[in-house]
Design a protein around this ligand. Sequence first.
Ligand SMILES: Nc1ncnc2c1ncn2[C@@H]1O[C@H](COP(=O)(O)OP(=O)(O)O)[C@@H](O)[C@H]1O
Ligand SMILES: [Mg+2]
Length: 406
Amino acid sequence: MIINLKNFSFFSTLPTRELEKLSKQCRVQQYTSGTTILIEKEEVKDLILVVEGQLSVLKNYGGEKKTLFNLDPGDVYGEVEILNGTKSLATLIGYQELRLVYIPKEVYLRLIGLYQGFAKESRDLYSRRANLLLEETGDKGQPARVITFFNVKGGAGKSVISANVATMLARFWKKRVVLMDLNLAFGDQAILLGLNNDKNIHKLVNKKSLKLSHIEEQLTIHQPSGLKVLLPPSLPEHAETIRPELVERIIDLLKPHYDFIIIDTHNQLTDLELKILDISNLIMLVMTMELTFIKNTKVLLDLFQRLKIPREKVKVILNRAFKSLGLEPSKVEKSLRYAISYFIPSAGEIVVPSVNKGVPFVLSKGSDGSGILASVRQICASIAGENTDNGTWSMFALFKEVFGLG
Ligand SMILES: Nc1ncnc2c1ncn2[C@@H]1O[C@H](COP(=O)(O)OP(=O)(O)O)[C@@H](O)[C@H]1O
Ligand SMILES: [Mg+2]
């Protein structure tokens, strides 16, 4: 089987005749899901291009394996080892059926020597990944930020938005993300993400001395994105066995090994939610433009003030912002006496099929170019600390258009 390398951006700077020659020099391999492709410390003989499927890149730190990043179709692996002349710095495991192209090391090095554009492409990739791969302790990075989606009234969109934000951060920002569904009796995340809930938090209740490995065993991987999910007990009557102390311990153990812990909550304010709010780095207060939501959100903002939760830790998301009649966002801000940080348009034609299929809309082609996708992207960009200028401006323009401002 011949693969047309021209379709992969990493090779796009190479001339056609060189690509044709290269197609004959490389080999194509297929693997079933779960295959280990490369083992840490093994010799790297080829640059690997992913044509189909996804892989996790894992590194061993003192006996614990940590996922550094995922590889998707179009990604390559091996440039750091080949350019550094080291053995493999990580283990690669496929978690879907795979089709890979192997380009012999000598052939790759020759192309770098011959073509400046290709050398630059390789150097850019190297500089993005070398630090991560060469890092020896694995714990020098920042601990995970804990981001909680909250309100005391149901139907705000906490579950739908947290599922899509977590999926997008894992899939497109390549972040290591754990989503915890702490709506313990009636959580929706398994449905929203199309997951089976065999593994769940209830299995951690009676562990004598809880370790990271116990938690990892109970995380369900959302295959399409690489997101890891801690699901609620499979029986609602087990919800009350999950104590706030257990949740806190789980978060503490996960923190050094992930970039983000995203928490979906139930519509209540018990000891568990108070504990979560306390340990969160960011609270996303989700509401819609109904008077009852405005009232409850205001009560919560006042409570947060009394609890001395810093203002910069709390962001308000106004969901289904554009189809609600009678109330203007600026009036909502006035009555809350709080700025709205994010607007999410109402998009039933995108959200409802996505919920029913168990596929987050950030992964479906049908939402390309939609306002709802742009607003989730904007939330992710600001969480992940990327430049948000584009998102802000396009949302502002849309906003002005809908409300006839400006
Ligand atoms: N922006 C939106 N546009 C259209 N429908 C939405 C939107 N956000 C949420 N929904 C719908 O509202 C319902 C409630 O959302 P959900 O995330 O379950 O709320 P919560 O978790 O806060 O109770 C969902 O069934 C979903 O279909
Ligand atoms: Mg919910």
